[in-house]
Design a protein around this ligand. Structure first.
Ligand code: GMT
Length: 383
């Protein structure tokens, strides 16, 4: 199949999922066309079946806001016509689903069909999408998608709760490529970061308020009161400066390391003992799945779709949002006995394996085939 993919190219989970899915489909022989404003971060290597089309937005003094959607729609129409795309898969409803709808309608005037599948990732529904300024467009675009998927059952429920959705939403959970995300032996890293055998606690996110990174630090201090430990913070974003300043003010810099945005996050996960994800809400928690695949148990909140990933008492523990004491207690419980920690690590990997990309990929392929078949059978609604 020739598949177009619209996504955000940044370190965000939706872009990562879109890119990893595209790469895996390309390995299976599909031709994949990424259409976005910069090279997706996980698209590092050449593949004969992967193409990247950059969207340039022409600026003009009249524009306070450059019309990215218009540029993206035009690019999608152009790529679909020239490359003869069979369908397009959009990740993150805003603005990709409405862009795909517009492109579909434009292509119909050329006598072409371009069905589109929308995958909802979380903040496009839970934070941004339900905002009154976006809601009607998001509702319309979801209802007019040829198929809609969500990355967790919880996100599906939230979508039905927040929007008037008539379309069926299929839950297809996020996945992991175990060839990349598996424990690597990086003992020299561990010795450099934790020379005295300290436990390594890790968090990775975009440092947005929804991630509650301050809670990560609070949980860490409670762990540190009981045992030697170091905290590694991966990523960057709006709350980083504030958190870094607070850490400096309480002279915690020796214990906490800000690693910034990292490509090879699996190298750090490979030497870590616990992953902390105290998010206010999280539709899935891909970062936690990446940790689990590298044998790192998870201390998390119990919000959103996290309970569909983190198995309480087995792969880690869940607490109510903001319950720092409970999170710290659970973390210490896992860390204090080496045998117990080993068991949680084993369980984390075992459970991560149920999200193996090789199991999820055929689900997407079946969906594409169904959508394509239905589209071929339907009449072209020429306007
Ligand atoms: O978490 C973010 O702020 C980024 C966001 C995104 O769309 O890139 O992540 C969402 O999608 C990920 C991939 O499906 C999920 O694993 C994250 O849980 C979800 N984030 C939230 O729901 C807050």
């Amino acid at each position: 199949m020739k598949i177009g993919i619209l996504c955000y190219p940044t370190f965000g989970g939706s872009g990562v999922v879109a890119t990893e899915l595209g790469k895996a489909l390309a390995e299976k022989g599909h031709q994949i066309h990424f259409i976005t404003y910069s090279q997706p971060v996980r698209l590092e290597h050449f593949s004969e079946n992967v193409f990247y089309h950059e969207v340039g937005v022409a600026d003009y003094p009249l524009f306070d806001y450059a019309p990215y959607e218009t540029a993206l729609t035009s690019k999608l129409v152009d790529v679909a016509r020239f490359e003869k795309l069979d369908l397009v898969h959009v990740h993150y409803a805003i603005p990709h689903a409405s862009v795909a709808y517009m492109a579909k309608k434009i292509l119909e005037t050329f006598g072409l069909k371009l069905p589109f599948i929308t995958t909802l990732h979380g903040t496009d529904i839970t934070l941004v999408g339900k905002n009154a300024s976006y809601n009607p467009v998001v509702t319309f675009a979801i209802n007019h998608s040829d198929a809609v998927t969500s990355v967790s059952a919880n996100l599906k429920e939230d979508t039905y709760k927040n929007f008037e959705i008539k379309n069926e939403i299929q839950v297809i959970p996020n996945f992991i490529d175990l060839r990349r995300f598996s424990k690597q032996y990086k003992d020299h890293f561990k010795r450099a970061i934790a020379p005295n055998g300290e436990h390594l606690i890790v968090h990775a996110s975009n440092f947005r308020p929804v991630k509650r990174v301050r809670d990560v630090v609070s949980v860490f201090f409670k762990i540190l009161n009981k045992m030697p430990a170091k905290l590694l913070l991966i990523g960057d974003g709006p709350d980083r400066n504030m958190i870094e300043k607070e850490c400096r003010e309480c002279s915690a810099c020796d214990h906490i390391r800000f690693l910034g945005k990292m490509e090879a996050v699996e190298e750090i996960l490979s030497i870590s003992d616990l992953f902390v994800l105290p998010s206010e809400t999280e539709s899935f928690g891909l970062a936690a799945l990446e940790a689990m695949a590298c044998q790192v148990p998870v201390i998390s909140s119990n919000s959103g779709g996290i309970p569909e990933l983190n198995v309480h008492g087995k792969t880690g523990f869940m607490s109510n949002v903001g319950d720092i004491d409970d999170m710290a207690r659970n973390a210490i419980y896992i860390l204090e006995k080496p045998e117990r920690l080993k068991e949680f690590k084993r369980n984390a990997l075992e459970h991560a394996m149920t999200f193996d990309i090789q199991k999820i990929l055929p689900v997407y392929e079946n969906l594409y085939e169904r959508v394509l078949k239905e589209s071929k059978e339907s009449k072209l609604a020429l306007s």
